[in-house]
Design a protein around this ligand. Structure first.
Ligand SMILES: C[S@@+](CC[C@H](N)C(=O)[O-])C[C@H]1O[C@@H](n2cnc3c(N)ncnc32)[C@H](O)[C@@H]1O
Length: 503
């Protein structure tokens, strides 16, 4: 069976007892002393292997991009480390600098062998290639600085202030392996963009997802393209549409619109930017900015699942992308089971369950409109909505009725909003968490699984787990990892998610 998000798997290249990865910026290499995950742990989980870093973690700055290697066992690690030390492994680096050079080539033999060639220059910046057998990027940075070429953003070594450390490992050649090539960040190829900090940052965010998932080769798919990088504008790829959620009070300026156009053009999509704040104030005020050919209704995919997207039905477009791994889990575990999806919205979890062969799928939401949207999603995936149940009801009332009738489910998905007002009154997660979980417990089969998620900002994952443990009704079991397009492995998560079994 294909994974639902088969096309959005983490990318790496297998070698002999090693893997190559194309490191995105901003990730630690290895677990920190505070327990924050690093790339070694993330790729170990993705590849099912116990990977080991070859170069000491301190030597690779988390801000760098490009080719690195992890060994699959201790002896391969030692052999590779030895090859690095003895200069048998050749590397090509690209770096940016704002220093002007007279020459276009430098060939240096001592103390390190290094060939420097200027690739191009703009009025403010130069792009250089360094071919070397220096193993440590830290040594290279120091060395370049001594030569009068401090790297842009390398303030520790005399470089100018910049939001990014502009050093990229372009190619890594290990004896006995084909050379591993990691494409340069786009800001290295478009030197004209570098003066525009906002646009450069967006391009780096997109670059990160491309290194992780190669998403540009999957044009029909969905992925968050920037998240914690820019809190005022979050980008998502939704098939043909580049969707931006704009969290500023003021409207986008003419310069902003040019930037939207540029970014959309770079990744071959139409853009739609939606203003998220102050919407209620003036009903006639503008809330959407789009490129000329952007559709208002369109279809995009999560793996093989198709979803209708719409710009005019509510604040959101129809799918919360951060639940991708949880939906995938349901798809793989729902066969012949009875599945209940509370706060179903456009029924993404229900669809995953139905496509995964669930015996019963029940979707509950207070909004008729969202449930109708969910039914359209079923039809889009060639599932007849009549074969499944959709209840327009308050989730707590539904659970009470279901418990009275002694109906049970094997998987329950409960992903409530933090607050909601409906005709039954005010739902507040803080106030209603325990009642909600107790009712879920009642309708959950003995060996059933409850997948509970929330986005309440003031709770951390640990806080949520503590509250649940205090109830002494459930035990927490391991669920799938968080999606990496939202939260970097070492950051705290906005989406809190727990997989629960009855105690
Ligand atoms: C956070 S979204 C749920 C997202 C959904 N689980 C998904 O993955 O797409 C909130 C949804 O809960 C619904 N809702 C809000 N209060 C509700 C209530 N008391 N009972 C049932 N649904 C409710 C809203 O209509 C909305 O569709």
């Amino acid at each position: 069976m294909l994974t639902l998000h088969d096309s959005m798997k983490l990318q790496f290249k297998q070698g002999q007892e090693l893997i190559f990865i194309d490191r995105p910026t901003g990730f630690l290499n290895q677990k920190s002393s505070q327990g924050q995950q690093g790339l070694v742990e993330v790729y170990s989980e993705a590849s099912g292997k116990k990977l080991l870093p070859v170069i000491h973690t301190n030597e690779i700055d988390p801000r760098m991009t490009g080719a690195i290697v992890f060994a699959e066992n201790e002896s391969r690690k030692l052999a590779l480390a030895q090859m690095f030390k003895s200069g048998q492994i050749k590397q090509k680096f690209w770096f940016l600098t704002d220093r002007r050079s007279q020459e276009i080539k430098y060939s240096l033999a001592k103390p390190h062998e290094i060939l420097l060639s200027r690739i191009k220059r703009s009025p403010f910046y130069e792009l250089w290639e360094a071919e070397t057998s220096i193993a440590s990027a830290l040594d290279l940075r120091k060395y370049l600085s001594e030569l009068g070429f401090p790297i842009l953003g390398d303030t520790e070594n005399g470089g100018s202030q910049f939001f990014h450390l502009c050093l990229h490992s372009l190619e890594l050649t290990i004896p006995g392996e084909p050379a591993f090539f990691a494409p340069p960040p786009r800001i290295f190829e478009r030197l004209g963009v570098l003066r525009d900090r906002v646009l450069s940052q967006w391009l780096m965010s997109v670059d990160t997802r491309q290194r992780l998932f190669h998403f540009l080769s999957h044009r029909e798919q969905t992925l968050r393209l920037s998240h914690s990088e820019d809190l005022e504008l979050r980008w998502e790829a939704l098939g043909p549409v580049l969707w931006g959620a704009w969290y500023k009070d003021q409207d986008p300026s003419a310069l902003d619109l040019e930037r939207f156009e540029f970014l959309a053009h770079m990744i071959g999509k139409e853009f739609r930017v939606r203003k998220m704040l102050n919407r209620g104030k003036d009903p006639l005020s503008r809330v959407d900015w789009t490129s000329d050919n952007c559709p208002a209704l369109w279809v995009a995919q999560e793996g093989q699942m198709k979803f209708h997207f719409e710009s005019e039905r509510g604040l959101s477009h129809g799918l919360f992308l951060d639940q991708r791994n949880n939906r995938d889990y349901i798809y793989h575990h729902a066969k012949n089971l009875r599945v209940l999806n509370l706060f179903a919205y456009t029924c993404g979890f229900s669809l995953a369950a139905a496509l995964g062969g669930a015996k019963e799928v029940v979707s509950v939401d207070v909004s008729r409109e969202f449930l109708d949207w969910g039914k359209q999603n079923f039809s889009l995936n060639e599932l007849a909505p009549e074969n499944y149940e959709f209840f327009k009801q308050d989730s707590i009332l539904f659970l009470k009725g279901t418990a009275r009738r002694k109906r049970q489910f094997d998987i329950i998905v409960c992903d409530p909003p933090s607050f909601a007002r409906n005709k039954e009154g005010l739902f507040s997660l803080e106030k209603n968490l325990e009642e909600l979980l107790r009712l879920c417990w009642e309708v959950l089969s003995d060996d059933g699984l409850l997948i509970f998620s929330c986005n309440l900002e003031k709770w951390t994952q640990e806080e949520l787990e503590k509250r649940i443990q205090k109830m002494k009704a459930f035990k927490i079991v391991k669920g799938p990892p968080a999606v990496l397009d939202y939260e970097k492995a070492h950051e705290s998560r906005l989406l809190k998610s727990v997989f629960l079994k009855k105690l």
